[in-house]
Design a binder for this molecule. Structure first.
Ligand code: COA
Length: 184
């Protein structure tokens, strides 16, 4: 039996973590991979709360690190379910980093994780409908629908482009690119 619809606020989740020295790269800034791992964690927590079941990550959209994160900062990841399909959910995540001394908060990135709920049989499971209680909820739901359409159309175009790559014309196609053709 399908579970009852749930409002966005039911599953909204925030994770805050202190950026310790072992998270840093050789340049002293926090690894992008550390942030991605935290984002995956908060996406899982949010999606599984809404779905009431185990979820897996399928696609990640818009990963851009806009500003570096420093050791000693407090990173907060705010996540909410923006969209639900039949068995999939889109979780929007806003990442902010706070300097504890100055209190200054910077927005480091926003991303969208598509998750799929799984049943005990490991097959995709139907997720509860999403109750949209304010204009922001409606805006995010429609935005996610549009992103899904754009992603599908890009995938089709990429598949089509891949099947038409003319390696024989490489000399001409690559003449202004920063590569050297040394094919045997
Ligand atoms: C995601 C997965 C469950 C899809 O399985 P499937 O047999 O293709 O299932 P379906 O075709 O029924 O699709 C299920 C849902 O996933 C969505 N989906 C499938 N592939 C997708 C993709 N590449 N991007 C976005 N959504 C996708 C479908 O649109 C569908 O959503 P809907 O029910 O809301 O319409 C399966 O590919 C899987 O288990 N992948 C591994 C995920 C994983 O382990 N992630 C952890 C990272 S290692």
């Amino acid at each position: 039996m399908e579970e009852p619809a749930r409002p966005v606020r039911y599953s909204q989740t925030t994770i805050t973590e202190l950026m310790i020295p072992s998270y840093a790269n050789f340049g002293g800034k926090i690894h992008g991979g550390t942030l991605l791992s935290l984002m995956d964690k908060v996406a899982y927590a949010t999606a599984s709360k809404h779905a009431g079941s185990y979820c897996v990550t399928v696609t990640v959209d818009k990963v851009e690190f806009l500003q570096p994160v420093e050791v000693g900062e407090l990173v907060s990841l705010h996540a909410s379910v923006n969209y639900v399909g039949r068995t999939s959910l889109v979780v929007g995540i806003r990442v902010e980093s706070q300097n504890v001394k100055t209190g200054k908060i910077k927005h480091t990135n926003s991303s969208f994780f598509t998750m799929v709920a799984k049943g005990d049989d490991d097959k995709p499971a139907i997720v509860p409908k999403l109750i949209l209680e304010c204009k922001e909820d409606v805006k995010r739901f429609i935005e996610a629908m549009q992103m899904k359409e754009i992603r599908n159309s890009i995938r089709e175009k990429m598949d089509d482009a891949k099947s038409h790559i003319e390696v024989e014309r490489a000399q001409e196609i690559l003449k202004n690119e920063r590569c050297l053709l040394e094919m045997k």
